[in-house]
Design a binder for this molecule. Structure first.
Ligand SMILES: *[C@@H]1O[C@H](CO)[C@@H](O)[C@H](O)[C@H]1NC(C)=O
Ligand SMILES: *[C@@H]1O[C@H](CO)[C@@H](O)[C@H](O)[C@H]1NC(C)=O
Ligand SMILES: *[C@@H]1O[C@H](CO)[C@@H](O)[C@H](O)[C@H]1NC(C)=O
Ligand SMILES: *[C@@H]1O[C@H](CO)[C@@H](O)[C@H](O)[C@H]1NC(C)=O
Ligand SMILES: *[C@@H]1O[C@H](CO)[C@@H](O)[C@H](O)[C@H]1NC(C)=O
Ligand SMILES: *[C@@H]1O[C@H](CO)[C@@H](O)[C@H](O)[C@H]1NC(C)=O
Ligand SMILES: *[C@@H]1O[C@H](CO)[C@@H](O)[C@H](O)[C@H]1NC(C)=O
Ligand SMILES: *[C@@H]1O[C@H](CO)[C@@H](O)[C@H](O)[C@H]1NC(C)=O
Ligand SMILES: *[C@@H]1O[C@H](CO)[C@@H](O)[C@H](O)[C@H]1NC(C)=O
Length: 889
C-alpha cells in the first residue's frame, strides 16, 4: 500500500524536521549520551534496504525510520565499507537494514548531517540504492518480495515478510482480487472466496449458506441428514440432533417410534396368521395389513422406496405369436386409493397405444423400454413409480450351432457357475463356446436379501441368494445391465444362459425392511433392524431405479406399522405381492405330507400361495421377463414345494405369454428332491403329489403339448445312487442329472445321497475320483440304457473351495468378507470370512486352487471331462494343443 505509506510520511513531517535545520546542536548532546551501535548484520534481500552512500566522512551513520516504526537512536547505525567492489571504500559507505521502506538522513556523528536539504531521504521498497549528491539511484528492488509485481501487493496492500496485508476490499495473496458475496450468512475469506459464516452451511448450491445445521430439520447435524415429521410425529432439530415428539394421539414407544399403540410388552412378538388345522390360506381379514411402505415423509423412507406407499405394479410382455417378434406390453397397476386415477408412460420416449398397454415389435423396438406409472388421488400428492426396464426376446443374438447333437437346445451339458459374478461368466463364455457346452446356469439373479451385518456370524451367506425381495434383476452377482451384457455376449458365441428361478417363496420371515425386530432367546431379548438387499449392497447412492425395494414380513415384530396401525404382514411392493398372496404360517415338518410340502414354510421362508391365479400369473410374467433378457430356460428352486397342479397353471400361463407355445429351445429342470419320498413323488401316479405321470397329466390337461411336457424336466437327484427310484414312471428324456451340486457343499448336507457313486469336489477333494465321476456322467451314467438319448441335460458344477474345516457359508466374491461389515461387526467370525478372489482367470486349468480358502474351481475346463462331453455330443475330441490355446482365451 504505497499510497498510504506516503501519506503517513507526510503526517510525520513535523518529526522529520527535527532532523534537519536545528539538528547540529541537538545531535551533539545526544551523541554524547548514546554510543553508536552497528546495525545487525544482514544480507540484502526481500525485506531489507541497502544503501550505498557516497561520502567523504571518515565515519558515517545512518539515522533512519524503517516502515514508519520509529527512528533509531542518534547518531544512528554505523555504515561500513561496501561489499560491492565497484564502490571503493574510500568515498563510499554501505549499510543494509531491515525494512521495506525507510526514511533516513546521514551524519558523521560529530554534528554534520545530510538531510536532503531538510526533506529527508526516502525509499519506498526494499532493494539496493545508491545515494550520491542527493540523488538516489535504484540499483535493484526486491519488488517480488510480495506477489503482485511490479507494484507489491498489486498496490492494494502492504508487504511484510513476503506476505501482503491487503487493504479493505482486496483479497488474495497478491491483493488483486475483489470479493462480492451478497448472500446472507456469507463472508469473504482471505483468498476472496465467498464462504459461509460460522454455523451456516450450503446444502443446496442454489441457496448458499442458507442452512443452520444445528436447527434445520432437513439437514440436522449435516447436510442431507433429515429428521422428517410424518403423520405420527414431528421432529425438531436440536443442537444438530433429531428430537422426536409424538403427535397427539400417538404414544412414544420404547423403540423410538410413535404409534397409536406401542405393540406388545416385554419381548413378545406378534403371532398373527398362524395356520389352524388344514387351512393353508391367509385369512382375508389380513387383506388390509398392507400398503406398509414408508411414505416420503417417514424417517424410514429411502429414495428407492419411490411411491410404493401409494402405487405398485408390474409389466407383462404378452407375445403375439410363437414367432416372438411382436408383443403387447401390459402394465398392471394397483393403487392404495381405489379411486386414484392411473396413467402409464415410458420415460424413454416409447408410447402407449392405449391406457396401460403398448404394442412393440422387432421392427420398431430394438432396445429396452422404461415404464412409469403415475397415480393421482385427492388423498395424497401425485405418486410416481418407475418400473425396471423391459426387454424383448427378439432383441438378443440368435443361437445357431451347426456341428454337434444339440437338438435345438434340447440336449447338452450346462455348466453351473456357483458364486461366479455375471461379468466373470461373460469372460468365461469364450471357453465354454469352444469347449462345446450347451450353456451356462447362473445362480439367482433377482433382487435378494443382503446386509452389512453378519447373519449367524457370516457376512451374506450364499443362501441369501435364495431369499427374493423382488423380481427386479439386481442380484448379488451383478446388476441388470451386467446380466444383459453377459447373456448377450454368451449368446453371440452360441452359449445359452439359464437362470435359477426362485418362485416358491420370498425372504426368510423376519429378514425384511422393518426397522425393529426382536426375539426372545433364552430370556435374552435379541434385537435387530432393517435388512438391505443386493440392489443397494454395498450401501450406495439411491434413486428410483437404484437401491433396495421395500419388503415386509410378519415375524419377530412387535409394533403396528406406521402406515396402517396393523401388525406387519407379508408384502413385497416391487413384485407386487400382498398378504393374501402367501400361505398362512406353518412350519414345514413332514416330508411326506403333501399339505406340508406344498404350504409349509420351508426353513421359515415366507411361502407363496401358488394356488392363487394371480400368483401363478405373476410367476409366469417373471419367467417371461427372464426370457425377455435372453435366458433360454431355468432351474426351478424348491419345485416340490409347489404342488403339481399349480405348476400346470404357471406353465400354461407362461405358454400364453409366449404367444401360445413354449420356445423350441426352452427347457426347465425342477429341483425335486426325492430321497425317501420316491414313491409319492415319482412312482405312484395317483399319489396326488406326483412329478412324473401326475404332473404330466396336469400339464397336458392345462393345454401343453407332449413335446412341451418333455421340455419340463425333473432334476433327478437320485442319480447316481438310485437311478430307478422312479419305478420307471419318469421318462428318461425328462431327467436332468449331474454329479455334485452346490447344495452338497454345505457342512453335513443330507439333501442328496451319492454314496460311493459320486463325489463332492470341495468336500472330498479327490481330484482323480471326481474327474472319473464327471467323465462317467457323459460316457456311462448309472441308469442309462441309451446314452445318446437318456438324460439329455447333464450338468457340471464349477464353484469355489471352502475353508479348511468346510464350516463356511460365504462366497469369495468379496461380499462374504468381514471387511465389508458395517453393523454389529464384533459378531463376524473371522474364520468364516471369505477372502475375495476372482472367478475368471485366464489360463487356469480345470482343477485349480489350493483346495482350501475360497479359490474358485473350474471343473468345466478339464480336458478329460470336455472330451467325454464332446463324445456324447457327437463332437470330435479336442487335442491337448487346441485345449492349450483355449486356456489362453
Ligand atoms: C555492483 O554495483 C554495480 C554498479 O552499480 C552493479 O552494476 C553490479 O550489479 C553490482 N554487483 C553486485 C554483485 O551487486
Ligand atoms: C493476482 O496475482 C497473482 C500472483 O501474482 C496472479 O497469479 C494472478 O493471476 C492475479 N490475478 C488477477 C485476477 O490478476
Ligand atoms: C436457527 O438458529 C439460528 C441462530 O443460530 C436462528 O437465526 C434461526 O432463526 C434458527 N432457525 C430456526 C428454523 O429455528
Ligand atoms: C406427510 O405427512 C403428512 C401428515 O403429517 C401427510 O398429510 C402427507 O400426506 C404426507 N406426505 C406424503 C408425501 O406422504
Ligand atoms: C425433545 O423432545 C421431547 C419430547 O417432545 C422434549 O420433552 C425434550 O425437551 C426435547 N429435547 C430437547 C433438547 O429439546
Ligand atoms: C381390517 O379388516 C378387518 C376385518 O376385515 C377390520 O375389522 C378392520 O377394522 C380393518 N382395519 C382397518 C384399519 O381398516
Ligand atoms: C410397433 O409395431 C407394432 C406391430 O407392427 C405396431 O402394432 C405398433 O403400433 C408399433 N409401435 C410403435 C410405437 O410404432
Ligand atoms: C443398510 O443400508 C443403509 C444405507 O443404505 C446403511 O446405513 C445400513 O447400515 C445398512 N444396514 C445393514 C444392516 O446392512
Ligand atoms: C484370507 O487371507 C488371510 C490373509 O492372507 C489368511 O490368513 C486367511 O487364512 C485367508 N482365509 C481363507 C478362508 O482362506
Amino acid at each position: 500500500m504505497v499510497f498510504l505509506r506516503r501519506r503517513k510520511s507526510l503526517k510525520t513531517m513535523r518529526h522529520n524536521m527535527l532532523h534537519s535545520s536545528n539538528m547540529v546542536a541537538l545531535a551533539a548532546i545526544i551523541f554524547c549520551l548514546c554510543a553508536p551501535h552497528a546495525a545487525h548484520a544482514q544480507s540484502p534481500g526481500p525485506g531489507t534496504v541497502t544503501l550505498i552512500y557516497s561520502t567523504s566522512w571518515a565515519t558515517t551513520y545512518l539515522h533512519y525510520n524503517p516502515d514508519g516504526t520509529g527512528w533509531n537512536g542518534i547518531p544512528g547505525a554505523a555504515m561500513a565499507c561496501p561489499t560491492n567492489a565497484s564502490y571503493p571504500c574510500a568515498g563510499w559507505k554501505e549499510l543494509t537494514v531491515a525494512g521495506n521502506s525507510i526514511v533516513f538522513v546521514t551524519t558523521d556523528g560529530t554534528g554534520q548531517w545530510d538531510n536532503n536539504g531538510g526533506r529527508n531521504y526516502e525509499v519506498a521498497n526494499s532493494g539496493i540504492y545508491q545515494l550520491e549528491n542527493s540523488v538516489i539511484t535504484t540499483l535493484q528492488t526486491f519488488a517480488d518480495v510480495c506477489p503482485g509485481s511490479p507494484l507489491q501487493c498489486s498496490g492494494h496492500g502492504t508487504c511484510a515478510n513476503g506476505l501482503c496485508e491487503c487493504s479493505t476490499g482486496y483479497y488474495g495473496v497478491a491483493c488483486n482480487k475483489t470479493c462480492s458475496c451478497g448472500g446472507v450468512h456469507q463472508t469473504c475469506n482471505a483468498n476472496g472466496d465467498c464462504i459461509c459464516q460460522s454455523g451456516w452451511s450450503t446444502c443446496d448450491a442454489s441457496n448458499p449458506c442458507a442452512v443452520d445445521t444445528s436447527n434445520d430439520t432437513n439437514n440436522c447435524g449435516a447436510c442431507g441428514h433429515g429428521c422428517f415429521s410424518s403423520h405420527v410425529d414431528t421432529y425438531t432439530c436440536v443442537a444438530g440432533v433429531c428430537n422426536v415428539t409424538c403427535l397427539d394421539g400417538f404414544l412414544a414407544c420404547p423403540s423410538g417410534v410413535c404409534r397409536v399403540e406401542c405393540g406388545l410388552p416385554g419381548c413378545q412378538t406378534y403371532q398373527d396368521n398362524q395356520c389352524s388345522g388344514n387351512t393353508i390360506v391367509t385369512d382375508p381379514s389380513f387383506a388390509n395389513h398392507t400398503w406398509q411402505t414408508f411414505p416420503k415423509n417417514s424417517s424410514n423412507y429411502r429414495a428407492s422406496y419411490q411411491d410404493y406407499a401409494h402405487v405398485q405394479g408390474h409389466a407383462r410382455a404378452e407375445y403375439t405369436s410363437p414367432a416372438l417378434t411382436s408383443a403387447t406390453l401390459v402394465i398392471v397397476p394397483i393403487t392404495r386409493d381405489p379411486n386414484a386415477v392411473v396413467t402409464c408412460s415410458f420415460d424413454d420416449g416409447a408410447t402407449f397405444t392405449s391406457a396401460c398397454a403398448a404394442q412393440f415389435s422387432a421392427d420398431n423396438q430394438t432396445s429396452q423400454v422404461y415404464p412409469v406409472i403415475r397415480a393421482t388421488s385427492s388423498s395424497h400428492a401425485p405418486a410416481t413409480l418407475y418400473l425396471d426396464p423391459v426387454d424383448f426376446i427378439w432383441n438378443h443374438p440368435k443361437i445357431d450351432r451347426t456341428a454337434g447333437d444339440y437338438r435345438t437346445g434340447q440336449k447338452g451339458s450346462i455348466v453351473e457357475m456357483f458364486g461366479w459374478p455375471h461379468k466373470d461368466i461373460q469372460e468365461e463364455c469364450a471357453f465354454l463356446s469352444r469347449a462345446g457346452y450347451l450353456g451356462v446356469k447362473m445362480f439367482p439373479v433377482q433382487e435378494q436379501v443382503m446386509s452389512s451385518e453378519p447373519f449367524n456370524n457370516v457376512m451374506n451367506p450364499w443362501y441369501f441368494m435364495y431369499q427374493p425381495v423382488s423380481y427386479r434383476l439386481q442380484g448379488r452377482m451383478g446388476t441388470r445391465e451386467e446380466l444383459r451384457a453377459a447373456v448377450n455376449y454368451c449368446r453371440s458365441l452360441n452359449v445359452r444362459v439359464y437362470a435359477d428361478a426362485v418362485v416358491n417363496h420370498m425372504v426368510g420371515c423376519g429378514n425384511d425392511a422393518n426397522p425393529n425386530h426382536r426375539n426372545d432367546n433364552d430370556n435374552y431379548c435379541a434385537t435387530w433392524g432393517v435388512k438391505n438387499t443386493s440392489a443397494d449392497f454395498p450401501p450406495s447412492f439411491q434413486n428410483q431405479r437404484n437401491g433396495s425395494s421395500p419388503f415386509f414380513s410378519q415375524c419377530f415384530v412387535y409394533e403396528p406399522m406406521e402406515q396402517n396401525n396393523l401388525s406387519p404382514m407379508q408384502e413385497f411392493p416391487a413384485v407386487p405381492y400382498g398378504p393374501l398372496d402367501f400361505h398362512c404360517e406353518r412350519a414345514l415338518n413332514s416330508w411326506n405330507d403333501p399339505l406340508d410340502l406344498n404350504a409349509g414354510w420351508l426353513t421359515g421362508l415366507v411361502d407363496l400361495n401358488t394356488e392363487r391365479e394371480n400368483v401363478q400369473q405373476r410367476i409366469a410374467d417373471y419367467m417371461t421377463d427372464l426370457l425377455g433378457v435372453g435366458f433360454s430356460g431355468f432351474r426351478i428352486d424348491a419345485a416340490k414345494h409347489i404342488q403339481p397342479p399349480d405348476w400346470a397353471g404357471i406353465f400354461s400361463k407362461l405358454k400364453v405369454n409366449l404367444g401360445g407355445a413354449l420356445p423350441a429351445d426352452f427347457i426347465v429342470w425342477m429341483e425335486v428332491l426325492t430321497g425317501g419320498e420316491g414313491d409319492m413323488l415319482l412312482c405312484n401316479p395317483d399319489s396326488g403329489y406326483s412329478y412324473s405321470k401326475g404332473l404330466e397329466n396336469d400339464l397336458l390337461g392345462a393345454g401343453l403339448t407332449m413335446t412341451e411336457v418333455t421340455q419340463i424336466k425333473i432334476w433327478f437327484d437320485a442319480y447316481p445312487k438310485q437311478p430307478d427310484i422312479d419305478c420307471g414312471q419318469l421318462e428318461m428324456n425328462r431327467k436332468a442329472i449331474q454329479n455334485d451340486d452346490a447344495d452338497q457343499q454345505n457342512p453335513g448336507s443330507t439333501s442328496r445321497d451319492m454314496g460311493s457313486q459320486g463325489t463332492v469336489l470341495v468336500i472330498d477333494k479327490d481330484i482323480p475320483l471326481h474327474r472319473q465321476f464327471e467323465e462317467q456322467l457323459f460316457t456311462n451314467p448309472n441308469g442309462a440304457s441309451d446314452n445318446s438319448n437318456d438324460y439329455p441335460i447333464r450338468m457340471v458344477l464349477s464353484s469355489f473351495w471352502l475353508p479348511a474345516d468346510a464350516q463356511d457359508y460365504g462366497i469369495p466374491d468379496g461380499k462374504s468378507n468381514c471387511d465389508v461389515c458395517l453393523v454389529d461387526c464384533s459378531t463376524c467370525d473371522a474364520a468364516q470370512s471369505m477372502n475375495t478372489t476372482t472367478a475368471y482367470e485366464q489360463g487356469a486349468s480345470g482343477y485349480t486352487g489350493n483346495m482350501v480358502g475360497g479359490k474358485y474351481t473350474r471343473v468345466h475346463r478339464d480336458l478329460g471331462i470336455i472330451n467325454a462331453m464332446r463324445g456324447w455330443m457327437n463332437l470330435p475330441n479336442l487335442s491337448q494343443s487346441e485345449h492349450d490355446s483355449m486356456m489362453r482365451v
